[in-house]
Design a protein around this ligand. Structure first.
Ligand SMILES: [Zn+2]
Length: 58
């Protein structure tokens, strides 16, 4: 099951801080800005992983 709110940002992808704020959208994805380092990133849901599916299928 997916819980959208739980994986809202996943934390900063540069410094790992969870202190991120919403910073608009880009290409339909929610964009976040890190409060700690100012890094901007988008929340990409971890789904549709071919490698993981292969591993499970075998
Ligand atoms: Zn950061």
């Amino acid at each position: 099951m997916k819980r959208g709110l739980e994986v809202e940002s996943g934390g900063c992808k540069r410094c790992g801080s969870e202190a991120s704020v919403k910073s608009g959208r880009v290409r339909g994805l929610q964009r976040y800005g890190c409060k700690e380092c100012g890094y901007h990133f988008t929340a990409t849901p971890p789904r549709g992983k071919p490698a993981a599916m292969k591993a499970l299928a075998r």
